[in-house]
Design a protein around this ligand. Structure first.
Ligand SMILES: CN(C)C(=N)NCCC[C@H](N)C(=O)O
Length: 265
């Protein structure tokens, strides 16, 4: 079966999306964002992904960052519990999409609070999967209680959660992602603790930290990191580079724009 990817069209209100660690830009162009998103879709399609569209949510400026609202672990779909109040209703659409796909769908939270009376929050952007381990960034949008709740859900399907404290970026995957062989890549000034990764490759540009694995030999990344792309090519990888500048202005990156259902994520 070919890999599948969920995507969600950008809202015309994208410019009103949240920003936390970057200055708000007054140059976000929703039409340009739409063109960039269509190019992103085309790359996934050309790479063999079957594209599944989550119903658009124009009333939610950040809904294009669909990765935060649904997580898949094998055939299990986890409806997330976004840490930002403004983004919580985005899961209504991703839940419907997961059901339509016929995935076993579980909810991360039913509103219960966990130990220490901490709310259960988890954004998909905080979950980096390498092999059987889900590394979960805690300290930004995701709470420790959210990571623990995810750990309980995925234990049933043979996966484990490892908590990664973060403070320098919005999400864990804003600071690190992984190449097909599991090497973690990151831009050192934005990585909280590079030494915690057994295999870490420092990249020379912030956007070089974000890759989407298209297959065992190919990664998708921003075209704003040409020197990082060269590093990946030196390791034998093919690179597809795209302009995602409008999403970067809202603290997004290539990973946030899809939920991939394949063995690499
Ligand atoms: C890995 N990353 C960065 C993500 N998965 N999501 C980005 C969300 C950006 C949005 N403006 C927000 O602040 O929520």
């Amino acid at each position: 079966m070919s890999p599948r990817a969920l995507v969600r069209a950008p809202s015309p209100q994208l410019a009103q999306g949240l920003v936390t660690h970057v200055e708000r830009s007054d140059t976000v162009d929703a039409d340009r964002a739409r063109t960039q998103w269509e190019a992103y879709r085309s790359v996934l399609g050309a790479a063999g992904f079957e594209l599944i569209e989550v119903d658009p949510a124009p009333e939610h400026p950040d809904s294009v960052f669909v990765e935060d609202a649904l997580l898949t672990v094998g055939d299990l779909a986890v409806v997330t519990a976004p840490g930002a109040r403004e983004r919580r209703d985005e899961v209504n659409g991703t839940r419907v999409a997961a059901h339509r796909l016929g995935l076993e769908t579980v909810e991360l939270t039913d509103g219960r609070r966990e130990e220490h009376d901490e709310p259960v929050h988890l954004d998909g952007g905080d979950v980096l999967t390498i092999g059987d381990t889900l590394f979960v960034g805690v300290g930004g949008r995701t709470t420790r209680a959210g990571a623990d709740a995810l750990g309980r859900l995925v234990a049933d399907v043979g996966r484990r959660v490892e908590v990664v404290p973060i403070s320098r970026t919005l999400h864990l995957k804003s600071q690190v992602t992984a190449l097909p062989d599991g090497t973690v890549v990151g831009y050192a000034p934005l990585v909280d603790d590079a030494s915690r990764w057994p295999s870490f490759l420092e990249v020379p540009e912030p956007e070089g930290a974000h890759v989407v694995v298209l297959d065992e030999r190919t990664v998708l990344m921003s075209d704003a990191a040409p020197r990082s792309a060269d590093l990946f090519r030196e390791r034998g990888l093919s690179v597809v580079a795209l302009d995602v500048s409008e999403f970067v202005k809202l603290e997004g990156c290539v990973t946030c724009l899809s939920v991939r259902l394949h063995p690499y994520d």
